[in-house]
Design a protein around this ligand. Structure first.
Ligand SMILES: NC(=O)c1ccc[n+]([C@@H]2O[C@H](COP(=O)([O-])OP(=O)(O)OC[C@H]3O[C@@H](n4cnc5c(N)ncnc54)[C@H](O)[C@@H]3O)[C@@H](O)[C@H]2O)c1
Length: 270
């Protein structure tokens, strides 16, 4: 399946996601909520799949009220493939199409390498890496059956490009894995018209990482926002800085891109 040539498509149509169905994993708060917001604003119908159903339901309701689109919520644990399958089928039943799948759900426990148990390592991999694989597989199977292509967006991290700081070995390994998986899935899914892109944020303030920093400060193992991140572009990242990049990836603006991971890092890695 070859992609269309959009040379004569007006800009407003290129950015529009009208008529498209999307799933955002971990979309109840933080970066995922910002991504869902921009996708909904661009016209997509969005299913927010999250471990926390109460928060996801409130998030979906607030977006429905704000933009008037179809937005719903479902309980989803990306480490439990049965719930991933349910979410994918739910989106198709509700919206008639599954065009965009955003693998955003992720965890970032902070444990020194020497204290990390096999179980703790596996838990990070089950969510951050196997969850991306299983969710992408289920999304791609359905996109292929519908024969209309699609886009899968994987939320990586600058931790997918280098080591970061003591305590996040499993996280760094999982995000390097997601970046590699993005490249490989792009190769295998391109013949079906499915694009696969990664987005790698630098530090952005979210409910999750502010809680993580507070916990670190309590244990006297850091907990400060690194000063360098504040100075590079003059401020710390906010979730919408990443939401806009995900919208670009999801839309036909990026139609000629697949396999790459876009750094949304305020220059951190360069
Ligand atoms: N915030 C940052 O600075 C930053 C930087 C780089 C990458 N990231 C990545 O962005 C993603 C989101 O980060 P955030 O800071 O917004 O996190 P967050 O903790 O604020 O929000 C994560 C959301 O995912 C949900 N979730 C957790 N485990 C889940 C599971 N197994 N299945 C489904 N949902 C689950 C949570 O309930 C929550 O709503 C993660 O993949 C993270 O690694 C974040």
């Amino acid at each position: 399946m070859s992609i269309a040539d959009f040379t004569n498509t007006p800009l407003a149509d290129l950015v529009s996601l009208k008529g498209r169905g999307a799933v955002v994993t971990g979309g109840a708060q933080g970066l995922g909520f910002a991504m869902a917001s921009r996708l909904v604003e661009a016209g997509a119908s969005v299913l927010i799949g999250d471990l926390n159903l109460e928060l996801a339901t409130a998030a979906a309701q607030s977006l429905s009220e704000r933009f008037g689109n179809k937005v719903s919520a479902t309980r989803l644990d990306v480490a439990d493939t049965a719930t991933v399958i349910e979410a994918a089928d739910h989106a198709i039943a509700k919206y008639g199409a599954l065009d965009i799948w955003v693998n955003n759900a992720g965890v970032y426990p902070n444990t020194p390498l020497l204290d990390t148990t096999d179980e703790a390592w596996d838990r990070v991999m089950d969510i951050n890496l196997r969850g991306v694989f299983a969710s992408s597989r289920e999304a791609a199977r359905r996109m292929i059956s519908a024969n209309h292509g699609g886009v899968i967006i994987n939320v990586v991290s600058t931790a997918g490009f280098r080591g970061v700081a003591p305590g996040v070995a499993a996280y760094v390994a999982s995000k390097h894995g997601v970046r590699g998986l993005t490249r490989q899935m792009a190769i295998e899914l391109a013949p079906h018209g499915i694009r696969v892109l990664g987005v790698a944020p630098t530090f952005c303030t979210t409910e999750g990482n502010m809680a993580a920093l507070a916990a670190m400060a309590e244990r006297n193992v850091g907990g400060e926002i690194p000063a360098t991140l504040e100075s590079r572009l003059g401020r710390v990242g906010v979730p919408d800085d990443i939401g806009r990049v995900v919208l670009f990836c999801a839309s036909d603006m990026s139609a000629f891109m697949t396999g790459s991971t876009l750094l949304a890092d305020a220059g951190e890695v360069s």
